[in-house]
Write a protein that binds this ligand. Structure first.
Ligand code: P6P
Length: 338
């Protein structure tokens, strides 16, 4: 056990960093703490999932047409409750809800922020005990007053005030950025405190992992097929052949690649030209973290964070990781766009 005087808690860190923003009045600090509180409750239920009847489905489908798992619904409710009660957030877009959840009570409608979230990403992995995650984007509202609206949520990633994820794995970590680097906090479950464990996270300079669902190979664009073959060639100078690692849980795949050095690819296919991942609450927040960690995130042709969203649940082809790896992938795609 690390002695108390040697650890920095998430709350202490956020407050320390708040002093770097002269106009900060603590709203974002409180909002991030609201998210952390909900994450601790979700973490408790995930860890207990094998013991109580919270596995399995609730027999309904979400907006994506995916069967909702009980933990999906529980996680969604926990984050909505925490954000609604916190008073800093005036609206939420969630993967689990078709429309914007607008908070028009007198307490929340003064909130300066809106949140786009995937409350439990990778939930198809719940039964197999694979790491899953929560992903969140935080924007300043653009409307003047009242409950937040879709207009407040449909902002490009370059407008993000903060973004992050929680990974519920062998340990539970919260990783976030407010635009001044990326910091990771590990939950000490014995006291329920997130402690700074990974300060100033950056992609390692040497990277040797590629993450893609190769089961979709025949549907990939030619440029992606050629890039996969490039990853598999032998070239010691560029650490190839790369190692292939794919969990099928975006937060887990991205987090491993951030720590060990690797590129994540979810391309568009002939069946789904825009791919599978949602721009607002999967691609943009992960892209913000990637860029702040010295990496890059694109749709193969354009910076993800520059894409102007048109609908809440729109999808985008998504490639992210160390800059040199993403740029190599882009070169193949741009030579062979189809
Ligand atoms: P596939 C999980 O369902 C998810 O949304 C992401 O977490 C993950 O990266 C992706 O889908 C996996 O999709 O088609 O490879 O199973």
């Amino acid at each position: 056990m690390v002695h108390r005087s040697k650890i920095t808690t998430l709350t202490e860190f956020i407050i320390q960093r708040q002093s770097e923003y002269p106009h900060a009045k603590g709203a974002l600090t409180r909002l991030l703490n609201d998210i952390a509180t909900a994450a601790k409750i979700v973490n408790r239920e995930i860890n207990a999932a094998g013991l109580v009847d919270i596995l399995g489905t609730v027999g309904k489908e979400n907006i994506q047409g995916e069967t909702q798992k009980k933990l999906d619904v529980f996680a969604n409710e926990m984050f909505i409750t925490a954000l609604k009660g916190g008073g800093e957030c005036c609206a939420i877009a969630s993967e689990e809800n078709e429309k914007v959840i607008s908070f028009s009570n007198e307490f929340s409608e003064l909130g300066k922020y809106v949140v786009a979230m995937d409350p439990l990403d990778g939930s198809s992995n719940i039964e197999s005990n694979v790491s899953i995650g929560t992903i969140f984007s935080i924007y300043r509202r653009v409307t003047e007053a009242g409950g937040g609206t879709q207009q407040d949520l449909l902002q490009p990633g370059v407008n993000l005030a903060a973004a992050g994820y929680v990974i519920y794995g062998s340990s539970t970590m919260l990783v976030y950025t407010t635009g001044k680097g990326v910091n990771g906090f590990t939950l000490d479950p014995s006291v329920g405190i997130f402690c700074l464990s990974h300060p100033d996270m950056k992609f390692p300079s040497s990277a040797h992992i590629y993450s893609i669902n190769e089961g979709n190979y025949i549907y990939f664009p030619e440029g992606v097929k050629r890039y996969i073959k490039y990853c598999q060639e032998s070239d010691a100078d560029t650490l190839r052949p790369y190692t292939s690692r794919y969990i099928g849980s975006l937060v887990a795949d991205f987090h491993r690649n951030l720590i060990k050095g690797g590129i994540f690819l979810y391309p568009g296919t002939t069946k789904n030209p825009n791919g599978k991942l949602r721009l607002l609450y999967e691609c943009n927040p992960i892209a913000y973290i990637a860029e702040q960690a010295g990496g890059k995130a694109s749709n193969g042709f354009k910076r993800i964070m520059n894409i102007e969203p048109e609908t809440l649940h729109q999808r985008a082809p998504f490639f992210t990781g160390p800059r040199h790896m993403v740029e190599k992938l882009e070169s193949f795609l741009q030579e062979n766009p189809e």
